[in-house]
Write a protein that binds this ligand. Structure first.
Ligand SMILES: C[S@@+](CC[C@H](N)C(=O)[O-])C[C@H]1O[C@@H](n2cnc3c(N)ncnc32)[C@H](O)[C@@H]1O
Length: 217
């Protein structure tokens, strides 16, 4: 099923998340916490790894990655300074042992060398992007992962039941109301980008469908 066309460009996405940053965690708790936790389970962090999270947002998953990887390195990047500022405050308040870095950056051009990471996590970002950009971003993810490295993606899914599709209906009314997210289906794109062992799980929270994709470089 083709996803709805993305109606916010990169500048508009940044603008939306500058505004949503103070209330984002509230939305995330109601609709996304289950899928994010499952993604962290499936990521199966091994302490000592080089980990990258792209689109860290307010740091909800990032803090868990750092907690589970105290002797490794955990790197996070996000397009929106206000979201990143929240992630930085969360990390400073937690005072965790561990080596981490956060910076502003864009998933379409990652500022990292080839084959730098063992694990790449990316939650709720492709559901904001235009479908024509999926291949560019997935090629970047593949480039920075080591051979055998794991990719874990979470996104709003194209729901199978009518109540799941309510959220796409809201997007059609106003993409900003949905924080720019509409349902996507990433497994075939991930395979087409050259990843193997691609698996998909669907989780639903208050009718909001999310898919968790795991794949190997
Ligand atoms: C829905 S939020 C998800 C945040 C976080 N991953 C989470 O699950 O809580 C989407 C995030 O993607 C970021 N984002 C959107 N486009 C991006 C891009 N091209 N590169 C990096 N980050 C991007 C936004 O700034 C925002 O913080």
């Amino acid at each position: 099923m083709t996803p709805l066309e993305a109606r916010l460009d990169k500048d508009a996405v940044r603008d939306v998340y500058e505004g949503l940053a103070p209330i984002y965690d509230f939305w995330a708790d109601i609709t996304e916490v289950r899928a994010r936790s499952r993604a962290l389970e499936l990521a199966a962090v091994r302490d000592g790894e080089a980990i990258l999270e792209v689109a860290v947002g307010t740091g909800l998953a990032f803090i868990e990655l750092v907690r589970q990887n105290p002797t490794g390195t955990t790197t996070g990047l996000d397009l929106t300074p206000a979201m990143l500022a929240r992630a930085e405050s969360r990390m400073s308040a937690a005072k965790l042992p561990g080596n981490y870095a956060l910076s502003v950056g864009d998933a379409t051009a990652l500022p990292f060398a080839d084959a730098s990471f063992d694990l790449l996590l990316n939650n709720y970002m492709f559901d904001l992007l235009a479908e024509r950009d999926f291949a560019t971003v997935l090629a970047e993810f593949r480039r920075v992962l080591r051979p055998g490295g794991r990719l874990v993606l979470v996104n709003m899914a194209q729901g199978e039941a009518w109540q799941h599709r309510l959220y796409d209906g809201l997007y059609q009314l106003s993409p900003r109301l949905m924080g720019g997210c509409r349902g996507v289906a990433m497994a075939e794109h991930v395979r087409a980008a050259g990843f193997s062992e691609v698996s998909r799980e669907l989780t639903v929270q208050v009718g909001f469908p999310s898919e968790v994709i795991v794949a190997t470089r």
